[in-house]
Design a protein around this ligand. Structure first.
Ligand code: PRP
Length: 181
């Protein structure tokens, strides 16, 4: 019988650490947009941002609308291909609206860079970026993250929306994938 490598996940950010930070991000966003006078649009990028977005939007004490964009850049690979494909578009116009792009992670920054440019071409009133995680040493080109959860080391992470070959998104924490013989 062949010996299969087992995957283990070492906790990097606990459920409680994430909850505390998300609550703070919600407060920051609430304060920054307090005088908006119209609903803010949070745009979650499928699929990874779904868990973060669902907690974040409930930490914001302002009227918000939710939109989703389907984007595929990795497939089942662990490294970015650099190719960004839109697989699902917004359902409403964003022209003249205040939007926040919500991502689970900015890794190489290629996806965020593409999406920010894409959204700006629709002439929203303002565009901001919110990401739970970023890998500072890895970003290609400068991506300004207005609302950031955590800077993390350049390890492959899963959980709280982030996957490995489609799995682990439902872990309540963020962990580093390790292989063991
Ligand atoms: C992940 C993540 C970001 C992107 C970031 O998505 O959700 O969208 O990669 O990587 P980058 O900064 O190197 O461009 P992925 O393509 O894995 O799809 P998923 O959200 O469906 O897991």
């Amino acid at each position: 019988m062949s010996k299969k490598k087992a995957l283990t996940v070492r906790v990097l950010l606990s459920e409680q650490e994430i909850a505390n930070r998300v609550a703070k991000l919600g407060q920051e966003i609430t304060e920054k947009y307090a005088d908006l006078g119209e609903p803010l649009i949070l745009i979650g990028i499928l699929k990874g941002s779904v868990i973060f977005l669902s907690d974040l939007c409930r930490a914001i004490s302002l009227p918000v609308e939710l939109e989703f964009m389907g984007v595929s850049s990795y497939g089942d690979e662990t490294e970015s291909s650099g190719v960004v494909q839109i697989t699902q578009d917004l359902t409403r116009p964003i022209k003249g609206r205040h939007i926040i792009l919500v991502e689970d992670i900015v890794d190489t920054g290629l996806t965020a860079k593409y999406l920010l440019k894409h959204f700006r071409s629709s002439e929203p009133a303002s565009v901001a970026m919110c990401a739970l995680l970023e890998k500072p040493g890895k970003s290609q080109g400068h991506i300004l993250i207005d609302f950031l959860g955590f800077s993390i080391p350049d390890d492959f992470v899963v959980g709280y929306g982030l996957d490995f070959a489609g799995l682990y998104r439902n872990l309540p924490h963020v962990g580093i994938v390790e292989t063991a013989d």
